[in-house]
Every structure is written in C-alpha cells, then in structure tokens.
Design a binder for this molecule. Structure first.
Ligand code: SAH
Ligand code: SF4
Length: 374
C-alpha cells in the first residue's frame, strides 16, 4: 500500500486518519503543528509523540512536499520558487515583500484550462490539479526559506491564490489547503489575509462562501460581455450580470465587506474612458475596490501595457464616483515573476499549442473596442 502523505490533510482529515489507524484523534493537532508550525520534514523530529506512534507513522505515512528545484531573487526582493510536481511538470510560487506585509502568491493547478488571452499560464495549456500537499508544499517551502522576523513573526503574513491555475476549478483541494492556512495549529492566517482569485466560476464562488469564506478577488478585465467573452472566455458560461450577483452574495459572508476586482490594463483594448464609465454601471450594486494591473508582457502575447497616463485617467474616472482604485506595482518582472508571467513547465494535455498553431487568423491584438465587429 502506498504511504499516505501527511501534507495532504487538514485537521479534520488527519483526525479521521488517526482514528482509522487506531490512534488517539487529538494526536492530529500535535502532528499538524509539527508539519506546518515547525516545518518538520521527518516523523522522527516529532519528539513529543510516543515512540510507538512515531514508528507506525514512519511505516505507513510520509511527509512528501514537492521537490524544490530552484529559487531566484529579483532586484526588488521578490523571490520565485520553482517546484517539481512529478515528471515534466513544474509550478511556480512567488514571494512579494512589502513594508507592512509579506505575500506569497500560490499556484493551484499545473497550467490552466481556461484560455484567458493575456495570460502566460493560460497559453501553456493544462495538465492537472495540484494535490493538497502540492499546494501547501509551496507555503511549507517558502516559510522554510524565509523564516521569521526578529520579533519571531513569520515573514509570510498573507497568501493570495493568484499563481498558476484557476483555484475554484480545483475546489476540494484548495479548500482543504485553505483550512490548513487558517488553522491555528498550522499557519494561523486570518481569513482577511488569505485571498482566492477567480476568473468567475459562479457555482464554486457560492460554495466557497458557505465552506471557507476568505477574501475574494475577481478577475474582471472587461466592461461588457462582448469584450469579456473574448479576453476571459469563461465569461461565455458565466456572464457579467450573473457574476455581479454572485459577488453581491459573496460579500454577505466575506471577511472583508468588499470584493476586489482585478482589471488588467491592455493598451487600446479595455483601457479607454468609455470602458471605465461602462464599468461603473456594471459594478454599480457591488461593494468593491479595483486593482488595476498593468499588463505584464510575455513573448508573442500580442498585447501592450497601457501607459501610466492612461491608467491614471482610467483610475480617476472610477475614483470620481467614490470607488477605491489602486494600481498594482509591477514586482519581480526581471525574473518573470510578475502577475501572469508564471510559466513553470506544463505537459499540456489539452494540446492547446498545437491547436493554436493550426488555427487560422491572428490572436486578438488590441483592436480598440469600437472598431470590433459586433
Ligand atoms: N486564475 C485565477 C488566478 C490566477 S491569475 C484568476 O484568473 O483570477 C492571477 C491574476 O493575474 C488574475 O487577475 C489574472 O487575470 C492576472 N494576469 C494574468 N495574466 C496577466 C498578465 N500577463 N499581466 C498582468 N496580470 C495578469
Ligand atoms: Fe487561468 Fe487565471 Fe490565467 Fe485565466 S488568468 S488563464 S483563469 S490562470
């Protein structure tokens, strides 16, 4: 029988496991603490467990995080970790230091099955969901590498599920991993400091609201369905009116009383004043803040970043109506660690690249919206 991976469990799962092997359920808290609070990589380190239990765990279980392949540091202190998750598949995790916090950007899938036009991960195709151990393993490794500050606090104070993949399409594993992030026996992060970012998978947003309401970011990127259908194709299934209704429902149970809308600024595509005005109507009834993201380029993307002046003008229109609109700083782009640049390595099962090169016609290349065919 394959050994179980102890990093695959949250407290509930570990408790059930201990019951199943005839051990006292309260041992689960102790083991979770060893794994995630102290970062134990070996059952032998768990010195306050009875010798017998350590021996049986050593036989039946293992602690198997993904393999850490490399670590890079950018000029601004951003750090990128490359992790191997099985042959030919690698995912990336990014740590972003700021004055008042340290944020880890965690991946949820190997690649992504949704083909957002401006996203490097989306271009790579999709292999599979990450396991709980592979999601938590990113935090496990990064905590080891970064350690604690002089006051003994962990350097990682926030987690955003904004790395590779669509977290809400790997729902069960992501929710189990979130429960470990929030657990006081493990990472003890508050719900407000853990953010799930989604392209708008409405049924899963409703489930998350009930199961594990953490902070929510929604990748909006467009001010009408026609444009969003093109940039974020999942919009064809979950269009804007329904998405806005789901956001309103989410806010009722959310740890923050707003949803963050992420809006990527693509020159000449979605960054004009009329888009900003249209957006104000779309989000009219949703308590929200905007995070404007300057597009981060990657080879053959076909898009350009909006100028700072265009971004400022766009933000002003939102702000004049009382909305909070911040512009995300570009971090870590000298090591390709900025938003949307994470690539890792994906054994694509969707044959996306092959399909694309066979397709006729160019990719979307920033044709202003009013010039597009209806
Ligand atoms: N799949 C989820 C989370 C991962 S993407 C989602 O789409 O929300 C995290 C964020 O990076 C999203 O807002 C995404 O739209 C943005 N992003 C993707 N490609 C980008 C790029 N090239 N430049 C800047 N941001 C990008
Ligand atoms: Fe997937 Fe998010 Fe990239 Fe879209 S933006 S392809 S949902 S990772």
């Amino acid at each position: 029988m394959n050994p179980v991976n102890l990093l695959d469990f949250d407290l509930k799962g570990l408790t059930a496991y201990f019951e199943q092997i005839g051990e006292k359920p309260f041992r689960a808290k102790q083991v979770l603490r060893w794994l995630h609070h102290f970062g134990a990589g070996d059952v032998g380190q768990m010195t306050d467990l009875a010798k017998g239990l350590r021996a049986s765990l050593a036989e039946q279980a293992e602690i198997r995080p993904p393999v850490l392949l490399s670590e890079q540091e950018a000029g601004d202190g951003t750090r990128k970790f490359l992790l191997e998750v099985g042959p030919g598949n690698q995912v990336e995790t990014v740590f972003i230091p700021e004055t008042d916090r340290g944020t880890l950007c965690v991946s949820s899938q190997v690649g992504c099955a949704l083909e957002c036009r401006f996203c490097s991960t989306g271009r790579q195709g999709f292999n599979r969901n990450l396991s709980v151990a592979e999601i938590l393993g990113q935090l496990w490794w990064a905590n080891k590498a970064l350690g604690r500050d002089p006051k003994g606090e962990r350097i990682i104070s926030n987690v955003v599920m904004m790395g590779m993949g669509e977290p809400l399409l790997n729902y069960d594993n992501v929710v189990t991993a979130l429960s470990v992030m929030l657990d006081d026996h493990a990472y003890g992060l508050s719900r407000r400091r853990v953010t799930v970012s989604t392209s708008g998978i409405i049924p899963a947003m409703d489930r998350l609201r009930a199961d594990m309401p953490v902070a929510l970011a929604v990748s909006l990127h467009a001010s009408n369905d026609r444009l969003r259908d093109e940039l974020v194709p999942i919009n064809r299934k979950y269009p804007l009116t329904d998405l806005m209704a789901a956001c309103r429902r989410y806010v009722v149970d959310a740890p923050r009383d707003f949803v963050t809308f992420e809006y990527i600024m693509l020159e000449g595509v979605n960054d004009q004043p009329q888009h900003a005005r249209e957006l104000l109507e779309v989000v009219r009834e949703v308590p929200c803040k905007f995070n404007l993201i300057p597009f981060n380029p990657f080879p053959h993307s076909g898009y350009r970043r909006s100028s700072p002046e265009t971004v400022r003008r766009f933000a002003n229109i939102l702000q004049e109506r009382g909305l909070i609109a911040t512009t995300r700083k570009v971090r870590g782009d000298d090591i390709d660690a900025a938003c949307g640049q994470l690539a890792g390595q994906v054994q694509d099962k969707t044959r996306r690249l092959a399909r694309r090169s066979a397709a006729v016609g160019p990719m979307v290349t920033g044709v202003p919206i009013e010039e597009r065919p209806a």
